[in-house]
Design a protein around this ligand. Structure first.
Ligand SMILES: C[S@@+](CC[C@H](N)C(=O)[O-])C[C@H]1O[C@@H](n2cnc3c(N)ncnc32)[C@H](O)[C@@H]1O
Length: 302
């Protein structure tokens, strides 16, 4: 099949044989960051399942695909081999039980952000009475929507500087039937209603934290498929938006409220120092099961 590089297939190949060929082609792609050996298999199975519209089972692997199914699968694999993210090929991502639309020009959400969502939801649930959560740099809205869905009596805001992102957030909210999340085009907190000053329970941010000088060494699957402004804030250390939010958080959070930052492991210490420097207390971090994503947290002193 043409999927990224010359794997040959007999016309009567089973789905299993096509799958094996796709795994090999994806595994060889220089556009993809192969940081885990099982990723190529996971990607190929996802695409096969999308192409045929059912889960990948042993029975499916033994069967032959119809000609349209095979064409669909091969076209999807070729796109993945060129680096296109799986969620963009599928057009959606499953995030905490919601099917979020994914679109060109807006950052593709990562399942790894579920850790940040869990941390934020836990903090909101602990709070009695009125609760408010704000997701800054919200992209397609995964964190704001997760907070709003799991804490339905919370007032949730999602802010992003990108118009396309906010349009997509509203569409995702409508499709998920979520009515307690509000989305605004906003440079950081500029569009947040001033009545919320001093009463926010949780800020979340998954910022564009790649240092400007490191953009060129990112794998093509990221560099060529995500808008530049969603990857870097243009600063030398990638922490400019974190500094800006931390400086404002001390007045916008209620006393005891929390700022949560999703950040790469290599920036964890520097992020903690940034939060402390801004006057936040009880600064700490958690990491996900893979040890890849860290969430750094700090609280406004009471
Ligand atoms: C890494 S993406 C994260 C998106 C989303 N939180 C997610 O996890 O899928 C960073 C986001 O920051 C937004 N952004 C960049 N500069 C901003 C600013 N000054 N104010 C608000 N949002 C900004 C970008 O448009 C982009 O959507």
């Amino acid at each position: 099949m043409p999927a990224g590089g010359g794997a040959e297939q007999a016309p009567d190949s089973t789905a299993g044989a096509l799958l094996a060929s796709a795994i090999a082609a994806i595994g060889r792609s220089p556009a993809i960051d192969h940081w885990q050996p099982s990723l190529a298999r996971w990607d190929a199975e996802q695409l096969l399942s999308e192409a045929v519209g059912r889960p990948v089972t042993a029975a499916l692997k033994r069967s032959k695909l119809t000609a349209p199914e095979r064409r669909r699968f091969e076209a999807m694999v070729a796109r993945r081999v060129a680096g296109e993210p799986i969620a963009r090929i599928a057009g959606y991502l499953e995030f905490r039980g919601m099917r979020l639309l994914v679109r060109n020009g807006v950052f593709v959400p990562r399942v790894s952000s579920e850790l940040l969502a869990e941390e934020a939801i836990a903090r909101l649930r602990r709070r009695r009475g009125q609760r408010a959560g704000v997701d800054v740099a919200t992209g397609s809205g995964p964190l704001a929507l997760a907070m709003a869905k799991d804490v339905p009596d919370a007032e949730v805001w999602g802010l992003d500087i990108s118009r396309e992102a906010i349009r997509l957030c509203r569409e995702n909210a409508r499709r998920a039937g979520i009515h307690n999340a509000h989305f605004r085009v906003s440079d950081m907190l500029d569009a947040l209603p001033s009545r919320l000053r001093g009463s926010i329970d949780v800020f979340t941010i998954h910022p564009p934290y790649v240092a400007r000088s490191e953009i060129r060494i990112l794998p093509r699957e990221i560099r060529d498929f995500e808008p530049y402004d969603t990857l870097t804030d243009g600063s030398e250390d990638g922490l400019e938006l974190v500094r800006r939010l931390a400086a404002d958080a001390v007045t916008w959070l209620r006393p005891g409220g929390t700022m949560l930052v999703e950040i790469g492991t290599y920036l964890s210490r520097k992020t903690q120092a940034t939060l402390r420097h801004a006057g936040l207390a009880d600064v700490s971090w958690t990491k996900d099961a893979l040890g890849v994503t860290r969430v750094v947290s700090g609280r406004r002193p009471r």
